[in-house]
Design a protein around this ligand. Structure first.
Ligand code: DX5
Ligand code: ZN
Length: 218
C-alpha cells in the first residue's frame, strides 16, 4: 500500500500564534503544511497572502503546499513562489488558461496542482496530466474549515486513482475538506495519498496523536 501523507491546514490554527502552530505541527509529524489562500471573491472568505507565507517559511522545513482559492491566480504565482511555496495548486475556474498557469508554476521551479471543486468533473484535469504533480479533490465547497465531508466525492477519487495509475506518472492525489479519523479511511481506500486536515489536527489536543490517527487510519 502507498504511504499516506498528512497535510494539516493552517486555516484551523490559532491565527494569533501562526509561527508556533507551524512549528508544532511540523514537530508532530506533519508531512506538508497546507496553506489556504482565499480572496473573498473566488470563495466567500478571506485568509492571508504571500507576506504571511513568507514569514512562516522560516518556521519549519516541511514542504509548503499552497492552495490558491483566488481569481485570477496568475498575477500572484510569482509572489507565492518567492514567499516559499513548494507546491502551488490552482482551480481550473480561476482563469481561462489552466495549461498556461501550470506551465508558469513549473517555470517558477515549483510543483503544480489542480484542484477540483465538488461540481468540477475529472475531465477538467485529464488533458493536463503532464503538467500536474498533484490533483486535489475538494470534499467540501472551498471557503471554510469545519464543514462536513461530501461522500459524493469518493467516486471521483477512485476514478482519478485509476487515471493516475494508467498514466504512469508520479502525481499525488490529495483530498481536502471534512477529513477526520472517520472519513480518512474511506479516502485512502478510494486511492487518496495526501490528506488535508484542518479541524481534525488543530482542533485536537494532541497534534501528533491526531496526525498519527489520520495516517494510520485505513
Ligand atoms: C477549505 C480549505 C480546507 C479547509 C479544511 O476551503 O481548502 O483546506 O481548511 O478544513 P477542515 O479539515 O476543517 O474541513
Ligand atoms: Zn485547502
Amino acid at each position: 500500500q502507498r504511504p499516506v501523507r498528512i497535510a494539516p491546514s493552517l486555516l484551523a490554527a490559532d491565527f494569533a500564534r501562526l509561527g508556533e502552530e507551524t512549528r508544532a505541527v511540523a514537530a508532530a509529524g506533519a508531512d506538508w503544511l497546507h496553506l489556504d489562500i482565499m480572496d473573498g471573491h473566488f470563495v466567500p472568505n478571506i485568509s492571508f497572502g504571500p507576506v504571511v507565507v513568507k514569514a512562516l517559511r522560516r518556521q519549519a522545513a516541511i514542504p509548503f503546499d499552497v492552495h490558491l482559492m483566488i481569481a485570477p491566480a496568475d498575477p500572484y504565482l510569482q509572489a507565492f513562489a518567492e514567499a516559499g511555496a513548494d507546491l502551488i495548486s490552482v482551480h481550473p475556474e480561476a482563469g481561462p488558461h489552466l495549461h498556461r498557469t501550470l506551465q508558469t508554476i513549473r517555470g517558477l521551479g515549483k510543483k503544480s496542482g489542480v484542484v477540483l471543486n465538488p461540481a468540477t468533473p475529472v475531465s477538467a484535469v485529464e488533458n493536463v496530466l503532464d503538467l500536474c504533480d498533484l490533483i486535489l479533490v475538494m470534499s467540501v465547497n472551498p471557503g471554510f474549515g469545519g464543514q462536513s465531508f461530501l461522500a459524493s466525492q469518493l467516486g471521483k477519487i477512485a476514478i482519478l486513482r485509476q487515471m493516475i495509475d494508467a498514466s504512469g506518472r508520479d502525481i499525488a492525489l490529495q483530498v481536502d475538506g471534512g477529513v477526520t479519523e472517520e472519513t480518512a479511511p474511506r479516502c485512502i481506500q478510494a486511492g487518496a495519498d495526501v490528506l488535508v486536515a484542518g479541524t481534525a489536527v488543530f482542533g485536537a489536543p494532541d497534534y501528533a496523536g491526531a496526525i498519527g490517527a489520520l495516517r494510520g487510519a485505513g
